[in-house]
Design a protein around this ligand. Structure first.
Ligand code: ATP
Length: 269
């Protein structure tokens, strides 16, 4: 679609309690929460808060969740857009969408702009291959211009997420733009344990289920995979008419995930 807005505005209820682990990340973004709660306090002190934060990490590690939690904790609107939605637009349309996005954010300030898949708008410029390329450059130039155009004290914070920081145009990460980088890595063993516990909340979990054992058997999994694992186990329990989700259901779910992954690798290879 080439008309209409592509950004969404909502008021997330997500808080830091919904996110397991990432203690340091939470501490780091706590300052942004304080700022959004009361921008005038920072203005009076002449303190500058970073305008843009870039969250970098593999898929499914909770970057979107973290950005939402900042909005939820601060009680401000969350205005989000996905970078790939800007692709394949007519010349000038992407740029006008970016303008729209920032306008909405200013009107709703204090607020958060969240750009997922920042790399799809923010790829390095310059190769000059014509056509769609020019359109992408215009969109990126508009984004850079909008970021430069507002003062830190406006009360708008931009958060971007990417798993490809290496392809970003260096102009994006210059001081005054996305100049704070927050690394969101795959969860550790202990964090996997905590993530599993969060997603088990409110579900009929059998007494034989040990999140720690499951965490040990799932190295390399991101939060999104763990959430999916709990859901798969619940589905298996339902199918087998079990009133509780048992350890064996988690084992089966784990096997299924592994098989699913092997299949998709086979298809790719
Ligand atoms: P992508 O890069 O693919 O957009 P992402 O890093 O933005 O992924 P999210 O979409 O935030 O990841 O995470 C997907 C889901 O995984 C979340 O909605 C949440 O349910 C779960 N999840 C991920 N990390 C955590 C965590 N640390 N604690 C609790 N749940 C988590």
């Amino acid at each position: 679609k080439s008309t209409g807005k592509i950004h969404k505005t909502d008021q997330p209820q997500t808080t830091f309690d919904d996110i397991a682990g990432y203690k340091e990340v939470k501490e780091e973004i706590q300052e942004v929460v304080q700022f959004l709660r009361d921008p005038s306090r920072f203005r009076q002190a002449g303190a500058e808060v970073p305008k843009g934060m870039l969250m970098v990490g593999p898929p499914g590690t909770g970057k979107t969740l973290l950005a939402k939690a900042v909005a939820g904790e601060a009680g401000v609107p969350f205005i989000s857009v996905t970078g790939s939605d800007f692709m394949e637009m007519f010349v000038g349309v992407g740029a006008s969408r970016v303008r729209d996005l920032f306008k909405t954010a200013r009107e709703n300030a204090p607020s958060i702009i969240f750009i997922d898949e920042l790399d799809s708008i923010g790829r390095k410029r310059g190769a000059g291959l014509g056509g769609g390329h020019d359109e992408r450059e215009q969109t990126l130039n508009q984004l850079l211009g909008e970021i430069d155009g507002f003062e830190g004290s406006t009360g708008v914070v931009i958060m971007g997420a990417t798993n490809r920081p290496d392809v970003l145009d260096p102009a994006l990460t210059r001081p005054g733009r996305f100049d704070r980088q927050i690394v969101v890595p795959l969860p550790t063993l202990e964090e996997r344990d905590q993530i599993l516990r969060i997603h088990m909340r409110g579900k009929p979990i059998g007494a034989d289920v040990d999140p720690n054992t499951i965490a040990r058997g799932t190295p390399g999994m991101a939060g999104a995979d763990l959430k999916n694992l709990v859901n798969e186990a619940a589905l298996i329990a339902v199918r087998e008419n079990s009133p509780e989700i048992r350890m064996q259901d988690f084992e089966r779910a784990r096997e299924r995930q592994t098989i699913g992954r092997e299949r998709s690798t086979l298809q790719l290879g």
